[in-house]
Design a protein around this ligand. Structure first.
Ligand SMILES: C[S@@+](CC[C@H](N)C(=O)[O-])C[C@H]1O[C@@H](n2cnc3c(N)ncnc32)[C@H](O)[C@@H]1O
Length: 260
């Protein structure tokens, strides 16, 4: 594994920032030009990429207007830029997607368009608003973008900050060890412990972490051997520990086996 050095390009989220003489945000450096690590962050910054797919060609929401946008996209903008009861003006309303989204979110709407056909279409849509869902958006929200309560509880127990959208790292400890962040991964239902360790090691190397913690959540016949409380996959840099529910379930199973 690569040794962590403060001069390497560590993850931007973990770098301390300050304003330079022009008022621009810049990464803070010490006198020797080494990057300074930030204090532990309280949360994870929202991504600047919105994962909203094109409207499906067969979506009921689709009206055939060539530049029609998905209501889901308009809703996202409206949530950020307005409140219930506000007036939303779209002076180039086209097929009226923004107006429909605004109406659904209890905003007042004003639409303008140079094309009479667009105005008529917008009016019809407002009378019969239809919004198509998105399996991609819903699926992402559940399985990818947001950590489960179970994962959050485990991370909380380790005093780790959750990380979203990284299949190799679920969080970072709030403390740095030997000036480097410590990566944490929780074994997923579909992962063997070896696979999880492999993903964690790769992702941690990319973030210039020296130490890693892998939380085992599943029983696996190959992986029952522990010595002195540590799993055999553990090494000088990787600590494999069992989740509380895993320890408890194993203990209960042993009791049941003994007493049956
Ligand atoms: C990109 S489309 C809007 C698409 C819309 N967001 C939707 O979901 O259907 C731009 C619209 O601006 C209208 N437009 C172009 N020039 C205009 C003008 N000078 N005044 C008003 N509307 C105009 C066009 O007729 C077109 O419908």
């Amino acid at each position: 594994m690569t040794e962590y050095s403060p001069t390497t390009n560590i993850d931007q989220i973990l770098q301390s920032r300050s304003r330079n003489e022009n008022g621009k945000s810049a990464y803070s450096c010490d006198e020797e030009g080494n990057v300074i690590l930030a204090e532990a962050k309280k949360g994870v910054p929202l991504s600047d990429v919105w994962n909203i797919p094109f409207l499906n060609p067969k979506a009921r929401e689709r009206v055939g207007y060539p530049t029609q946008k998905p209501i889901l996209l308009m809703e996202r903008i409206l949530h950020i830029a307005s409140n219930e009861g506000d007036v939303v003006l779209d002076p180039f309303c086209g097929s009226g997607s923004m107006l429909v989204a605004a109406q659904m979110l209890k905003r007042y709407t004003i639409g303008i368009d140079i094309s009479a056909e667009a105005v008529e279409l917008s009016q019809k849509r407002l009378e019969n608003p239809i919004k198509s869902g998105s399996a991609v958006v819903d699926g992402n929200r559940d399985a990818f973008l947001v950590k489960s309560d179970y994962e959050r509880t485990i991370l909380q127990g380790l005093d780790a900050i959750p990380v979203e959208r990284n299949s190799g790292i679920d969080g970072f400890l709030r403390i740095y060890v030997e000036d480097a962040p410590v990566a944490v991964k929780i074994q997923k239902k579909y992962e063997s412990l070896e696979d999880a360790a492999h993903k964690l090691t790769n992702a941690a190397a990319a973030k210039h972490c020296k130490y890693m913690i892998l939380v085992r959540t599943l029983a696996d016949e190959k992986n029952t051997l522990f010595s002195h409380g540590f799993h055999s996959l553990s090494n000088d840099y990787l600590l494999v520990i069992d989740s509380f529910d895993f320890i408890l379930n194993r203990w209960l199973q042993d009791r049941t086996a003994i007493h049956s």
